[in-house]
Each structure stands twice: as structure tokens, then as C-alpha cells.
Ligand binder design. Structure first.
Ligand SMILES: [Zn+2]
Ligand SMILES: [Zn+2]
Length: 344
């Protein structure tokens, strides 16, 4: 089968290769991949510009959907022909304290698709039954391939911080995770959602209005802080989500949040920061992170898709064949595309 393989820890070392179809074990299924979402982290992997460990050679891709082609003899709840999507946790130990407390996404032995285990930029992918999820009949497989970023936003907004009805929420970074965080904040009852982007983000800022943003600011043209500081009697936002990542956006987040407010960092920023974090003390801020998601978050996110409370199809700007992966990466990097879906 054809697959997009990262073959060395060097910039640009990715190519389409012919590789064997994965062999499944007794508790696995073989999924015939229908759609793959390009994650913002995939081009970073291609350029070898990530702060987490990567094992090569490796098939990229962790956002996908497809149809079950084969089931292992011990698989109980799924059959050939089922429409499915899957969590990214291809492997975890299942025995440690994190695994036993429904925090298996934080297991030391966790290996993610397209990072530690062969991913889904391919015709077929092997998936253990324990991380499979059924796609509702009324949800397209293209849309279902983007369940993963929705789960990231769900886990961030619902489980790893509190958004109360009436809150002022600031989201920095109108990429897919930022836009879906707007959507989740709106569902959680936020009254004002301010999305901040920069030059080049114009299309994404517009899109975020369809996903719950009540105000958008291009920080390349307008200074965002005075606008945010008008909220809550001059104190600023109740919560700030940093979905951008660089040092400068965390700085803005710490300034924009009100005393006793929460800043949640969802975007990676591999470079060190060069400023004081004393604002955290001065304003008694809660600064926390959010990583990945778990089975329950997937089921709830798929329910949101089934009931039409979230429409992921609105984020899909391009559909390309898997051979055009590099063009897809360019569309994501140039911000011309929001979500690009590849078809094997
Ligand atoms: Zn991703
Ligand atoms: Zn574990």
C-alpha cells in the first residue's frame, strides 16, 4: 500500500513509499482509511521542528476515519463494514496509575499514531478495539476524520478548565484547535468570546465567527489588550486559551486574564521564553496545560456531531489525494487552508 513516511530526523525527510499492509493481532481491527485530516503538527514533523520524541521511519497521520476491513478473533463489539474513527493512543500500558485513573493519554508508555507508531497517511491502519469509536450514520467520514481536534478542544474547555455561563473568554490563535475551542466555549455558555489572530489570519478570523467568536481582533492591526481590558470592570478576561504557542502569546495571555483567572496553554512552543512569570503570582492566575483526550471525550464529541451542535465540515477547505500531501502541508502552513483532508 502507499503511505506517507517520515524516514529520518531531518528537515524535509518525508516521501510516499510502498509499504506492507499492517498485520493485525487478536484484539485489533484493520481499518481501510477513508479520510485523513492534516494536523498543524504534521508539517512540523516534516520539518523536524517538534519538541517531543519521534521514532522513524514512521507513517504520519493521527486524524482519520474509515471502514473496518478485517477484525481480530477477540474483537467483540465491531465488525467488518463498520464506519469508525479512533483515538490517537495506539499504545499504552493499561496498568500504571495514569492508565488506571482514566488518564491513559498521559501514560509513560503511550505511543501515538504518527509519532510513535505508524499512522494513517496510508490505505490501511491497524487499530486496537479499545480506542475505536463508531461514526454516527448522519456524519460523513470526511467530517469524522476531524473528530480528534474537536476532542482536543472538548478536553481543554470542559475537563481542563472551567468556563461558566456569562464568562468572557479570549482565544489566541485561530487555527482549527482555536476555532473549535471557541465553539466549545460557546456551548459551555460563554457570553463573550474574543478571538485574536494576526496578519494572514483574516480568513480564519472570519471562520471563527461561525464557530462562536463574538469579537475578532487582528493583532497586526489593532492592539488587543485595551479591548480585552475593558471587560470585567477593567480586569480582563475570565479565561484565556493560548492556541498559538510562541512565548509572546503566553505573555499576552498572562496580561489579558483577570486576577484569579485561568490561562490554559494548548499549543506547543518549543522555544524557551525570556520573560518573568511573576504575573502568575501578582494576579493569582491558574496556568495549566491540556493534552489530548480520552474515550469518554470521544463519545461526547461524536454526540455533538450527531446532534449537529458542532459542524466540522465547515472547517474543511480542501480535499486532496494522499499523493498531494506536500501541497496539503503547504496549504496548512500558508494558512490558505484551515483543514485539509487527504484521501488515500
Ligand atoms: Zn492533531
Ligand atoms: Zn500506563
Amino acid at each position: 500500500m502507499k503511505a506517507v513516511v517520515k524516514y529520518a530526523l531531518e528537515d524535509g525527510s518525508t516521501e510516499v513509499r510502498d509499504v506492507p499492509i499492517p498485520k493485525i493481532g487478536p484484539t485489533d481491527v484493520l481499518v481501510k482509511v477513508d479520510s485523513i485530516g492534516i494536523c498543524g503538527s504534521d508539517p512540523h514533523m516534516h520539518h523536524n521542528n517538534v519538541s517531543y520524541p519521534v521514532e522513524v521511519p514512521l507513517i504520519l497521520g493521527h486524524e482519520f476515519s474509515g471502514i473496518i476491513d478485517k477484525v481480530g478473533e477477540k474483537v467483540e463489539k465491531f465488525s467488518k463494514g463498520d464506519r469508525v474513527t479512533a483515538e490517537t493512543h495506539a499504545e499504552y500500558c493499561g496498568k500504571c496509575v495514569m492508565c488506571r485513573t482514566n488518564n491513559y493519554h498521559l501514560c509513560q508508555e503511550r505511543k501515538g499514531y504518527g509519532f510513535g507508531v505508524d499512522g494513517a497517511y496510508a490505505s490501511y491502519v491497524k487499530v486496537p478495539e479499545r480506542i475505536l469509536h463508531r461514526v454516527p450514520d448522519n456524519v460523513s467520514l470526511e467530517e469524522a476524520s476531524l473528530t480528534e481536534p474537536l476532542c482536543v478542544a472538548y478536553n481543554l474547555v470542559v475537563n481542563n478548565m472551567t468556563v461558566n455561563p456569562g464568562d468572557v473568554v479570549v482565544v489566541i490563535g485561530p487555527g482549527p484547535i482555536g476555532i473549535l475551542s471557541c465553539n466549545m466555549a460557546a456551548i459551555a455558555g460563554a457570553s463573550e468570546i474574543i478571538m485574536i489572530g494576526t496578519n494572514g489570519d483574516e480568513k480564519r478570523l472570519e471562520k471563527s465567527k461561525e464557530y462562536g467568536a463574538t469579537t475578532t481582533i487582528n493583532s497586526g492591526k489593532t492592539e488587543p489588550l485595551p479591548i480585552i481590558k475593558e471587560k470585567n470592570e477593567g480586569y480582563g478576561a475570565d479565561v484565556v486559551i493560548d492556541a498559538a504557542g510562541p512565548a509572546v502569546t503566553l505573555k499576552l495571555a498572562l496580561e489579558a486574564v483577570r486576577p484569579e483567572g485561568t490561562v490554559n496553554k494548548i499549543a506547543w512552543g518549543p522555544k524557551p521564553i525570556n520573560y518573568s512569570l511573576d504575573k502568575i503570582i501578582e494576579k493569582a492566575i491558574t496556568l495549566r496545560g491540556s493534552f489530548s483526550h480520552t474515550w469518554d471525550v470521544w463519545e461526547k464529541s461524536l454526540k455533538l456531531l450527531e446532534k449537529g451542535q458542532v459542524d466540522l465540515s465547515g472547517l474543511i477547505t480542501h480535499q486532496l489525494s494522499i499523493e498531494e500531501w506536500e501541497r496539503g502541508f503547504e496549504l496548512v502552513e500558508s494558512k490558505e487552508g484551515i483543514k485539509v483532508v487527504l484521501k488515500p
